[in-house]
Structures are given as structure tokens and as C-alpha cells.
Design a protein around this ligand. Structure first.
Ligand SMILES: [Zn+2]
Length: 347
């Protein structure tokens, strides 16, 4: 089974965008607020809207995508906490409907109603709802709700602890995923995302978060940002700070996905990061949509790169494509087992 742990709903029906436009217009003029949160989107429209994702899944040999709302669309920096709550609920509910309509293809991951300067503990209610009521298996956690200005405390600060307690209690991992950038210095997918991944990892080196939360699991997307490429720098910083060796210090809790859009990048990832910490993902349809003229294939067709990495055993490939996802997302594993799909290899 090929599990893509990182897909976003980037092909939403127009009705959702129209709602958002009105919701944001309502910030300036209450009269322009949407009259209802009923978007009037039929099941048929929803199924049709994910035709591109289903087509790529089939063409590229994927089976199941862990599916979450558009990351750039979370835009926690816009509006108030109330706006974020309303928007988050709507976006998560749409993901839930798609996963219910197409359970063989999608399993849900949610966004959180974060807002800059607002305590993350306020997100617990929605986290509990999406996991216990909607059956989601994970959540996207934005380390910078300000959208590129980093005004909230770092992830290792006690500010975030109530949310981590709930993540551990529910046994769901968080993908550390920024949203759009309102800082013109940072292009969102080209700079802000990769900065976010790298920054989050460095914060984890600086603190000692997993001493307090030994079962907390973070997935750092986009191949871990600059981390695998600069692994020597991070090992050295860890050593200079008197911390344990980096792999032993963080890799029981931190995982990387394969959203790296060329073969040499995936080769480096597989060489530097232990195979137990790599999860297959493509982030389609999203960050980079085009076809690479050097290969004739889409940049984000990442399965091709993993397939081409030399020196991986059959067991290694099983871990990257399925086994690690089942281990990092225990609720996904339980769901698949309930559907009569136990893993094919023992880990
Ligand atoms: Zn993403």
C-alpha cells in the first residue's frame, strides 16, 4: 500500500472561496458578512472537485492520501480568533465530507483555529472534535500564526504545552506546517515553508521538549526544509550546546516527509535521515504544479524519486511507503486494520 501523508485540498469549489471573501469583507463592514455557513456544496460537486488528486493517485501508483485543508488557505494571521474558528470548522468539515465520500482514497487531517497572540490551548476543542468526532488521524500545527513575522513564542515554550498534552492524549501527530506569508520578503511555498520547517527543527534542538513529552510526534514536511542538507551543522550545534547526539536527541519524535522535488534531494534525504524517520509524501496538487522538462514528469511526482533511490531494501521501501505512516499515525493504522488492511510486513 502506498500512503501519501501530505496532500491538501487545493481544488476547493468556488463556494468556499466566495464564503471566505465575504467573511473577510465582513471584517471591514459587518453588513458584508456571509449570511450562513451553509455553503450549499453538493456531494457530487465535492467528489468532482478532487478528480485531479484521484487521477494523480491512480497514475502515480498511490493508494491513500492523508488529506488536509489548503495550507496557504489557513491564513491564521487574517482576522480575529472568531474568524479563524469559523473558517477552520468549515474547512475541516469539507475534508471530513470528502473522506466520508471517498474513504478508500482519503483520510483526514485537520487545521487548527490558531490566531496570533491567542493561546494554543484555545485550539483544543477543535482538535478533540476533528479526532474524536470526524475521525481525523493528525493535525497541521502552524508554528507561526502571524504569517511570516514569528511574533508568537517558539514551539518549545510552555505556551504550547496544553496543546501538546492533548495531542499525546489523543495519540495524533502534528505536521509542523506554516500557512501563507504576509511578509513580502518570504514567498510562501518557496521561502516561508522551507524557513518554517528549518526554524521549527532548530527550535527543537534549542529546547528539550521531548523530555516533557516523550510520546509527542512531529512531522516536518518538505523533506525537513534545510535540515538534511545541513545535518552536520545541526549535529555540531547540538554538540556545542551540550545536548545528546542529534539523532538520539530528536529522532524518536521527529519525522520527515519526501516532498522534495528532484532525485538528488531525495537521495540525500535517504542517505542522511534514518529510513525509520522518512514518510512518503508528495503534497500534490499544490506547491509546484508543472512538469520538469529534464524528466518529462511532474516535479511533485515524488514516488518516482523514491523508486529510483539505490540501496534501499524491500523492507526499507515498505517503511517509507506504508509502515512508518502506520507507526507515526496510530489512528490511521487502527482504521486500516478495522477495514481488514493490516500491514504486509512486520516492523
Ligand atoms: Zn503542505
Amino acid at each position: 500500500m502506498i500512503i501519501d501523508i501530505h496532500g491538501h485540498y487545493t481544488t476547493e469549489p468556488q463556494a468556499l472561496h466566495t464564503f471566505r471573501d465575504k467573511q473577510l469583507a465582513g471584517l471591514a463592514d459587518a453588513a458584508r458578512r456571509p449570511a450562513s455557513t451553509d455553503l450549499g456544496i453538493s456531494d457530487e460537486v465535492l467528489v468532482k472537485s478532487v478528480a485531479p488528486q484521484l487521477k494523480f493517485q491512480k497514475e502515480r501508483g498511490g493508494d491513500l492520501t492523508i488529506f488536509s485543508p489548503r495550507a496557504g488557505g489557513m491564513a491564521h494571521h487574517i482576522g480575529t480568533e472568531a474568524v479563524s474558528i469559523e473558517w477552520t470548522t468549515l474547512c475541516n468539515d469539507l475534508i471530513h465530507r470528502i473522506c466520508t465520500l471517498l474513504p478508500g482514497s482519503f483520510v483526514g487531517v485537520g487545521q487548527l483555529p490558531q490566531s496570533p497572540g491567542v493561546a494554543p490551548k484555545n485550539c483544543i476543542r477543535e482538535l478533540e472534535r476533528i479526532v474524536t468526532k470526524l475521525g481525523f488521524v493528525g493535525v497541521n500545527l502552524n508554528p507561526d500564526p502571524s504569517g511570516g513575522y514569528w511574533t508568537d513564542p517558539p514551539l518549545i515554550d510552555k505556551y504550547w504545552y496544553p496543546l501538546y498534552e492533548k495531542l499525546c492524549e489523543l495519540d495524533v501527530p502534528a505536521m509542523i506546517h506554516v500557512s501563507s506569508s504576509c511578509n513580502p520578503n518570504f514567498h510562501h511555498t518557496g521561502a516561508h515553508y522551507i524557513n518554517g520547517d528549518t526554524t521549527a527543527f532548530m527550535q527543537l534542538i534549542q529546547g528539550n521538549l521531548f523530555k516533557d513529552f516523550p510520546t509527542l510526534k512531529f512531522v516536518i514536511p518538505h523533506g525537513g526544509g534545510a535540515v538534511p542538507y545541513h545535518w552536520g551543522r545541526y549535529r555540531g550545534l547540538c554538540q556545542d550546546m551540550g545536548k545528546p547526539a542529534l539523532a538520539e536527541y530528536l529522532l524518536k519524535n521527529v519525522y520527515f516527509d519526501t516532498c522534495v522535488y528532484h532525485l538528488p534531494g531525495i537521495e540525500l534525504l535517504a542517505k542522511v535521515i534514518p529510513v525509520d524517520n522518512i514518510l512518503f509524501a508528495s503534497e500534490m496538487v499544490g506547491a509546484v504544479k508543472g512538469i520538469d522538462p529534464q524528466t518529462g514528469h511532474h516535479y511533485d511526482d515524488t514516488k518516482r524519486y523514491v523508486d529510483q533511490v539505490k540501496g534501499l531494501s524491500e523492507q526499507d521501501r515498505y517503511k517509507i511507503f506504508e509502515g512508518n505512516a502506520r507507526r507515526v499515525y496510530p489512528r490511521l493504522d487502527a482504521l486500516l486494520k478495522k477495514r481488514g488492511k493490516p500491514g504486509t510486513h512486520k516492523l
